[in-house]
Design a protein around this ligand. Structure first.
Ligand code: VTB
Length: 332
């Protein structure tokens, strides 16, 4: 007797897209990696943007970039509102950061990635390109154990209690910026450790989801809003908690928020507010980091490592690819 498994059309398509988006971040990562260590952050970013856009336009989707390289007047490509894809497929929202960690790439330092997320049309937060306050932890904790508006002291103590360890065993990942001096002092005051990163807070948030491997339990601090939405998409797939607030602290920023539908400038966003439906997330290593190996250029082969996640099933795949036909790599 044979049985047929019926997969809803929309989901079947989504499954295929989860592999399609791997190509997008792979190509962006390879293009950026060619410029690793050249001290050219803008050029490597541009290379990643070009490659990502070219690949996105091959996908069978009717895509709208909602998190991109910037708002229309400041970004010629992959700007917020740009339409991508063949227009022959589902309506989807796209969030991209073709090169997250441009400086890391320019200096050939660990942790640069090419990343994107895709979600059903109208379900990703349309965030202006401003700063965002963020707090994130991995899965397995009671809801609300850490809070954006609590002090870092309180958050470390509450997290340690929930984890069943001493505060000394908690590590917070924080961007190394003068604006975080108080936050860092608070973590250390109660015995917690701080892992400072120079850039790359998408990876900083993702690291919280696997603290045994990465040694990071909590992400704290102010980073970019686009990176916040991308990180929320990843956590929606693998579990965890996140609270964020856009820094709409000037009239001009509040007005930009309003044009994107943000009427409450002080709103605290949880993962489900930033990524309302099912989503896919992919990231390819440009330089080797905590969870991805960087691009390797061998004699006849280019190797990439990509993680791709799917929220509907929570599946996380690591895809190591060997790319041949190097002469065609830019063209096909
Ligand atoms: C973060 C980080 C980025 O910007 O969002 C950070 O993820 C925040 O901005 O990799 P400042 O650099 O202005 O503090 C990056 O470091 C660079 O885009």
């Amino acid at each position: 007797m044979s049985s047929t498994i019926t997969v809803p059309a929309q989901h079947a398509l989504e499954r295929i897209l989860s592999l399609e988006i791997v190509r997008v971040t792979e190509r962006a990562a390879v293009s950026a990696a060619r410029l690793r260590g050249r001290g050219k952050d803008k050029a490597s970013d541009q290379a990643a943007v070009d490659a990502m856009r070219r690949e996105l336009n091959k996908l069978p989707i009717e895509g709208t970039v909602v998190i991109g390289e910037g708002e229309l007047d400041e970004a010629p490509m992959l700007f917020i509102g740009e339409k991508v894809g063949t227009r022959n497929g589902p309506k989807v929202d796209i969030a991209v950061d073709p090169l997250e960690g441009t400086i890391l790439c320019a200096k050939n330092m660990p942790g640069a990635i090419a990343t994107m997320a895709m979600a059903e049309g109208g379900t990703l937060l349309n965030a202006p390109d401003v700063y965002m306050e963020k707090i994130a932890i991995g899965p397995g904790y009671p809801k609300g154990v850490v809070q954006l508006d609590a002090s870092s002291e309180e958050n470390i103590l509450n997290l340690a209690k929930a984890k069943g360890v001493k505060p000394e065993e908690i590590t917070a990942c924080i961007l190394d910026r003068p604006r975080h001096a108080e936050l860092i002092a608070g973590v250390r005051k109660v015995g917690g450790a701080v892992k400072l990163i120079s850039d790359g807070d998408v990876a900083g948030v993702i690291d919280c989801a696997d603290s045994e491997t990465t040694g990071v339990d909590i992400y704290l601090g102010i980073g970019g809003a686009p990176e916040g939405v991308l990180a929320a998409a990843a956590l929606r797939c693998i579990g965890g908690q996140m609270q964020c607030r856009l820094q709409l602290d000037t009239e001009e920023r509040r007005a930009r928020g309003v044009t994107m539908g943000i009427t409450d400038p002080r709103k605290i966003y949880e993962i489900e507010d930033m990524v309302k439906g099912d989503c896919l997330f992919a990231a390819t290593g440009v330089t080797t980091g905590s969870f991805l190996r960087g691009v390797r250029f061998r004699k006849d082969v280019i190797e990439t490592e990509t993680v791709v996640m799917r929220s509907i099933t929570g599946t996380v795949r690591y895809i190591r690819a060997e790319h041949r036909q190097l002469d065609k790599f830019h063209l096909d």
